[in-house]
Design a binder for this molecule. Structure first.
Ligand code: SAH
Length: 253
C-alpha cells in the first residue's frame, strides 16, 4: 500500500469524479482519500462510479479547507495543468514517483515520535474541475505536479489526472530502493502545519520591524514561501529560524 500518499481533492463539483478517483486509487493500491469542501458528498453518483472501491469513499476524510487537509503532511505537491505567472519548482508525475516513493524518515529520530524508517506523509493536491487550484493554494505546495501532455490541450479530466499520478507511484514501488529524506542530523521534516505557523510568524516579524508594507507584501511573502519551501526545512532548522524571529521582535520592541 502507498498509504503515506494522501490524494486530496479540492472543491470537486461532480460527485461522479470522486467515485472515479476512488476507483483509480484502489487499482493502484492507494487508500488515503481526503476531500476539501466537495459540492455533493456522499452521493449515489460517487458510489456508482467507484465501482467496488466504495470502501475508499467510506473512509474518505472531509475537511473545511486545504490547510487542515495537509496539516500533517511533510511534502505537498499541487497538480496543475496550467503554467503560472510565478515559476514554481515543478516535477512531472514520474519524477515525483522517483523522488518520493522510496523516501523514508531518518532511522533514528526518537524525538519526532515517529517510528524509525516510517514513510513521510505526502499530499497530492488536485484542483476543481472548472478552475483548478488557486494561487493561494499553490502557496501551500512545495512543488507543482505536472502530467506532460499536448501543450495545446493540457487539461485532463480530474480522475484521469489522479489515475496517471497513482500509476506512476505504483510502478515506482517496484523500482525504488529505500532512500532517506532529511539530512544527517536525523531530524524529521517540518509538517505543513509547522510551516504555516512559521510563515505567520515571519509575516508578523517583518511587519513589526517595518520591512513589510501591508499593501505590497503579498508577492514578497509568496516569494519567501518559495525560498523556504525549496529547502525542505527540518524541525530543528525551523526552531532556529523561529528563534531568530523572536529575537528580532524582542529587539524591536
Ligand atoms: N480547467 C482547470 C483544470 C481542471 S482539471 C484549469 O484551468 O486549471 C482538474 C484537476 O486535474 C486540475 O486542477 C489538476 O489538479 C489536475 N490536472 C488536469 N490536467 C493536469 C495535467 N496536465 N497535469 C497535472 N494535473 C492536471
Amino acid at each position: 500500500m502507498l498509504s503515506n500518499f494522501k490524494v486530496i481533492l479540492v472543491e470537486t463539483s461532480h460527485p461522479g469524479n470522486i467515485g472515479a478517483v476512488a476507483r483509480a486509487m484502489k487499482n493502484m493500491q492507494m487508500d488515503q482519500l481526503r476531500l476539501v469542501e466537495p459540492r455533493f458528498f456522499p452521493h449515489a453518483d460517487a458510489t456508482a462510479r467507484a465501482s467496488g472501491a466504495d470502501d475508499l469513499l467510506r473512509s474518505a476524510q472531509v475537511f473545511p479547507d486545504l490547510r487542515q487537509a495537509i496539516a500533517d503532511c511533510r511534502i505537498v505537491l499541487g497538480a496543475s495543468a496550467r503554467d503560472r505567472t510565478i515559476s514554481w519548482p515543478a516535477l512531472t508525475a514520474r519524477e515525483c514517483a522517483e523522488k518520493w516513493v522510496g523516501a523514508a524518515e531518518p532511522a533514528n529520530n526518537a524525538s519526532s515520535g515517529m517510528e524509525a524508517g516510517r514513510k513521510p506523509d505526502i499530499a497530492l493536491v488536485f484542483g476543481r474541475e472548472n478552475s483548478g487550484l488557486k494561487n493561494h493554494e499553490l502557496d501551500l505546495c512545495h512543488y507543482l505536479l505536472r502530467i506532460p501532455c499536448n501543450s495545446e490541450y493540457s487539461s485532463l479530466n480530474l480522475a484521469a489526472a489522479v489515475q496517471v499520478v497513482c500509476y506512476e507511484l505504483f510502478v515506482a514501488t517496484d523500482l525504488q530502493p529505500v532512500s532517506r529524506v532529511g539530512d544527517l542530523n536525523e531530524v524529521p521534516l517540518a509538517t505543513a502545519e509547522q510551516m504555516e505557523a512559521f510563515y505567520g510568524h515571519l509575516q508578523q516579524t517583518l511587519a513589526d520591524i517595518g520591512f513589510l508594507h501591508p499593501e505590497r507584501s503579498r508577492s514578497i511573502l509568496r516569494r519567501l514561501r518559495r525560498v523556504f519551501n525549496r529547502c525542505h526545512l527540518d524541525t530543528k532548522e525551523l526552531d532556529i529560524l523561529r528563534g531568530i524571529l523572536r529575537f528580532a521582535q524582542n529587539h524591536n520592541a
